[in-house]
Design a protein around this ligand. Sequence first.
Ligand code: BG6
Length: 485
Amino acid sequence: MSCDLVLFGGTGDLVWRKLLPALFQAFRHGTLPADVRIIGIARDELSDEQYRDLIRQRFANVELAKRPTQEEFERFAATLHYLRMDLSQAASYQALAGWLNVRTADTVVMYVATAPSLFTVTCEQLAAHGLNAPHVRIVLEKPLGHDLASNRAINESVLRGFSERQVFRIDHYLGKPSVQNLFAMRFGNALFEPLWRREHIANIQITIAEELGVEKRGSFYDHTGALRDMVQNHALQMLCALAMEPPINSHADAIRDEKLKVLRSLKPWTPETLAQQVIRGQYAGGAIDGIAVPGYRQEAGVNPESTTETFVALRTEIANWRWAGVPFYIRTGKRLAERDAHIEVNFRPTPHAIFKTPAGSANKLVINLQPKDGLELHLLAVGSDNRRLQHQSLSTVQLDLDFDKRFGENRVGAYERLLLDVIDGRLNLFVRSDEQEEAWRWVEPIVDAWEADTAGPRPYASGSWGPSASSAMIARDGYCWSEET
Ligand code: BG6
């Protein structure tokens, strides 16, 4: 099979940090089509050789195990090409069409890893130059818009030139092995399904905590914030995977239909829930691993009076038969105590207690997403002192499954997996336009409420777990976050 992979934004961060390393891994694993051409597109004046050189230097920053040897790089570099384009100019697309039409590849992938402001013009121009035939696929990176209206405008313009089956909207969380395992756990095993409902589950908590700050993305992030950067996409996709009904098969639309139903069932916001059940925070200075770090407002590219949130915690419910009344909590932030993404499914306590159990020790299933990838099932058992059974105190124990240990740490990474899916035309792990719009529709009232609220985000110390209001919110339901147990 022949494949042309066009990377718009070819000298940008995403391409050299994520996409080319992922493509190299696929190349090394022998899963990239043998007849592949990778074409980097940017405004700089570069020859193929200069582009290869640039990429060679960038690979020095890739972790050692994933770095090519010289011989490997030379073989990989033979697939790399470069084309200068000004994405606002029609003539540039003419040149691209000419370049691609030298041969007719079986599949052409257009990966738009540019500033979002260029998405619309790029898609329109590709279509105008006939680069939208059925064998062409287009990949769009988030953020796809800033709100519902801009998201719709992008989707409409893309769908004027391409059909939905040609459009691959990336949410890289869906490509993570740990998130695949979440689907596998729910829909590949019969064990949990009977328990996976309001009768047995007291609450579900989704945490995506990052230790890093905004790094070099201050000016982008200051216009984005945690709600748009993480909640609208990654966290809601995770919530869908947890709450959706079993799809009728594993086809993309069967999965996406079920996810869409979850998004449509999210309880609408009211002024009361917006005020009490959504907490925003912004990191102040503090210490991470004993090293002092600056506050968000001191970061490069950030407005010193910024009110952009770097932390969000919220509570929601899903209004359907399976989940009515079960709180779902979502929490994400930068500069938190550790890098830790996990989901806690807290089961209800036994209906009648005959043993003494530690407070808050009901069964729970922890789905570890990163840095660990695995499952922990927390159970109660008789500890070492079992002499007086009548007055028995039980202790918590856990079944601990470590997928990294079991399957090896070198499993296919998120971008590698997703890029191969695009090449093969598999849409299962990509987001459909209606899902994306529904997610925007749900977050928009939060954005509006914040805009009208002059109080701004609550400061929290870097290295903490966010503002204390986040703990207070969950405590009102009688629960606590996992690190507080
Ligand atoms: C990206 C966000 O989508 O996800 C970043 O834009 C964030 O701000 C990143 O750091 C987190 O991804 P991961 O894979 O490191 O958890």
